[in-house]
Design a protein around this ligand. Structure first.
Ligand SMILES: [Zn+2]
Length: 338
């Protein structure tokens, strides 16, 4: 389960995760890449008043991804999340992770343009390597605590591990979540709460997908996300048959992506516009490994969230239309209107 990270496999990197995603979406034991050597270069003009000359100062700082890691550890800005104990979405305060002064400073090296011809070679890679060693020895395992602003006894803990990968001068880090309370499932109950009544049929698939993803079982989670689409399509088919818009033969002859197009009037627009979601999920199940599926999970889960939101809108409207139509019928039969 994702125990190896290839050096070139940088697509699932820490910059793809907001703080909230690092708490609520990142599955346990799934490694996230933190590039350390794609340094940020800045330059600025300076003036030497003694000699009356202008020169350029170059500075080399942490890579964007290493900076993101440091910011996540230090960040104290509130995040809006579902509190399973309060049972609503609330602001959480973040505790900072204690870091040494050296690690907090993103500056690695600097030089002026007139020094370039000198035999001065930049040492940013070496200095970065030292920082990597420092962060591993000081914070190789760290906890991020967050506190519910509604009730100070609601303190949640997320534990992470940092590991050095690669060899000098191509070292990088991986961030792995190794524990958390509450579970990913409980933190996401807020997302499925509105679905529970109207979308009972999908609840089991949805929560199982989250549970499997949080346990690092990527392919299994895809099976359940795909199942949500299949159930949606089956329900749309039943409605379309009832309306006389489609026959069983027409439906059974088609592949799922074609069925979605045939049933476009009965399905949430997001799935109609993105029929390839089904293809991606199927490809994951048949061809990809656990790690690749886990990398793709957050975007696919978000897509399913959009689809279920739209399905709720459709169902709510249908219910309203039916009730209003029934009331109008009653008024008409009671002859209360002349
Ligand atoms: Zn709370």
């Amino acid at each position: 389960m994702g125990n190896t990270v290839k050096n070139n496999k940088a697509e699932d990197n820490i910059e793809n995760y907001s703080n909230e995603a690092l708490f609520c979406d990142l599955g346990l034991y799934h490694k996230v890449h933190v590039d350390c050597t794609d340094f940020e270069h800045t330059s600025q003009q300076d003036y030497d008043s003694k000699y009356g000359t202008e020169f350029t100062v170059y500075e080399i700082r942490y890579s964007k991804q290493f900076n993101r890691l440091i910011n996540f550890m230090l960040d104290t800005k509130n995040v809006l999340m579902f509190c399973p104990l309060c049972n609503e979405r609330l602001s959480f305060q973040l505790d900072t992770v204690p870091l040494s002064k050296e690690l907090k400073d993103p500056f690695l090296d600097g030089y002026a343009d007139y020094q370039i011809d000198d035999e001065l070679y930049t040492s940013e890679v070496y200095r970065m390597s030292e920082r990597i060693r420092s962060i591993i020895s000081e914070n190789g395992m760290f906890d991020k605590l967050i506190r519910c602003t509604h009730d100070s006894s609601h303190v949640f803990k997320f534990s992470y591990m940092l590991q050095k990968e690669g060899t000098y001068p191509n070292e990088f880090l991986t961030l792995t979540k190794i524990g958390q309370y509450p579970s990913i499932r409980d933190l996401n109950i807020g997302n499925i709460k509105p679905y529970q009544k109207l979308l009972k049929k999908y609840k089991k698939e949805y929560t199982t997908a989250l549970e499997l993803h949080s346990a690092g079982i990527g392919i299994g989670s895809f099976v359940y996300l795909r199942r949500i689409i299949e159930v949606l399509v089956e329900n749309a088919f039943s409605k379309a048959v009832k309306d006389g818009k489609i026959t069983k033969d027409e439906y059974e002859d088609e592949k799922v992506r074609e069925r979605i197009k045939l049933l476009r009037d009965y399905l949430p627009p997001f799935i109609v516009d993105h029929t390839h979601i089904y293809k991606i999920l199927s490809k994951g199940i048949h061809e990809l490994d656990e790690e690749e599926c886990n990398d793709m999970f957050p975007v696919l889960k978000k897509s399913i969230d959009f689809i279920l939101d739209e399905e709720i809108e459709i169902q709510t409207r249908e219910k309203d239309v039916n009730e209003t139509s029934k009331k109008l019928g009653q008024m008409n039969s009671q002859n209360t209107i002349v």
